[in-house]
Design a protein around this ligand. Structure first.
Ligand code: EPS
Length: 387
């Protein structure tokens, strides 16, 4: 059984729901850790007014008893506090007051094509579900996957490498503890100089009514070799990671390891040579492959970078068309964030966790977390892998 995440909810509806199916029984959960990830997702310089309204908290309503999973689906609700201001416009049931429809699709958003595909005529019927508010439920579900991975010795961290045109230098050897203070940085960047320049860039572009994109990096430590498989395309772990990270709102590209750079290098400089010693077993001195070879993890840290486009809601809107009249018009102007790259890194941690936890379930099987631990120990012994 692999791991499955279902999310439900609209940005300004009554609330968000996530269901995670496929967790083993006996997994210890910590509500504070789930809430901490929800709070981390709300951080970051460049957020809009909405984040002052929401204080996301996980309300676990199924699948957990006295802090341990029961083996059935786990359900988590996250309230939308802003619903109090949207009760008429977003009520699940008919209301007496007139609710004006939105007819001005934003370029770069799901608005126009969503109307066409679903046969609707109010952009709000599309944008509410397309909104990145949905990522709060992904982070709640991802926190459960992280708990499972953590029980198996795997830790996931993320940081920001670029915001708009400001690039941080690529840090050399990162370990789990390199990330200790990363959430104290307003842009979740490990380089203090780049951090300052990023904050300045956000201020400058925001003043010019612009939005900003950027690049984040997720690194996974402690992954055993052999997660995923070369034998069929849909089991290749790099493909699964790319799908999961690209599915995050506004992500347009994903890089595994140094995938983009090595495309321009000769083969002799593009790979990670293999070494062995009795104490460490097999090891590499470089990690250009980002911990994945042949669609399988190879025991090195798994490195995934996500490239985010500038958010498509602009305070100075782009040219669009009124879908009711077909006349030229400016796109919808809504309250918005200017930059969500730091938050997107936290969401990507969740998506990477869900993919890896699913692949661990596939590899190790088991109904109880202790079954998984025993299977992992036997496998590690068979391949002689040392952390
Ligand atoms: C979003 C627009 C903004 C964001 C929202 C995503 O919401 P609002 O229109 O209410 O100001 O704040 O993100 C969240 C609410 C969140 O929790 O991340 C959009 O259009 O995608």
């Amino acid at each position: 059984m692999t791991l499955r995440l279902i999310t439900a909810g609209e940005s300004h509806g009554p609330g968000l729901t996530c269901v995670v199916e496929g967790l083993p029984a006996g997994l210890e959960l910590d509500l504070e850790r789930i809430d901490r990830d929800l709070a981390r997702r709300q951080l970051g310089y460049g957020r809009g007014g909405r984040m002052k309204i929401e204080h996301d908290k996980a309300d676990v309503t199924a699948g957990v008893r006295h802090g341990h999973t029961l083996g059935g689906p786990v359900a988590i609700q996250v309230a939308n506090r802003d619903y109090a201001n949207w009760e008429v416009r977003m009520n699940p049931w008919p209301v007496d007051e007139p609710v004006p429809a939105v007819h001005l699709p934003r370029p770069g958003h799901a608005d126009l094509v969503g109307l066409q595909k679903y046969g609707l005529d109010d952009v709000r019927d599309i944008l509410e579900r397309a909104s990145a508010r949905e990522t709060a439920s992904r982070v709640a579900g991802g926190a459960l996957a992280k708990a499972l991975l953590s029980a198996l010795g795997v830790e996931i961290r993320s940081h920001v490498l670029q915001i708009a045109s400001v690039q941080a230098p690529r840090p050399a050897q990162l370990t789990v503890s390199s990330f200790d203070g990363v959430d104290d940085s307003p842009v979740r960047c490990l380089d203090p100089e780049a951090e300052q320049a990023m904050v300045k860039e956000i201020d400058t572009l925001r003043r010019g009514n612009e939005s900003l994109g950027g690049v984040f990096e997720v690194i996974v430590f402690g992954v055993v070799p052999g997660i995923g498989s070369h034998v069929s395309w849909e089991q290749r772990i790099d493909g699964l990671l790319a799908q999961a990270v690209t599915s995050i709102q506004a992500i347009k590209a994903v890089e595994v390891g140094d995938g983009i750079e090595v495309a321009g290098l000769p083969g002799s400089q593009a790979h990670d040579e293999i070494f062995y010693d009795d104490e460490r077993g097999y090891y590499r001195r470089t990690n250009r492959a980002g911990g994945v070879e042949g669609g399988m993890t190879n025991g090195e840290p798994v490195v995934v970078r996500g490239f985010m486009k500038p958010l498509p809601t602009l305070t100075k809107p782009l040219q669009s068309v009124d879908v009711a009249t077909h006349e030229p018009a400016q796109a919808l102007r809504e309250r918005t964030d200017s930059c969500t790259v730091p938050a997107a890194g936290v969401v990507a941690e969740a998506m990477v966790a869900l993919v890896l936890a699913g692949a661990y379930r596939e590899k190790l099987g088991g109904d109880h977390i202790d079954d998984m631990r025993a299977a992992l120990a036997a496998y590690e012994q068979r391949i002689g892998w040392r952390r």
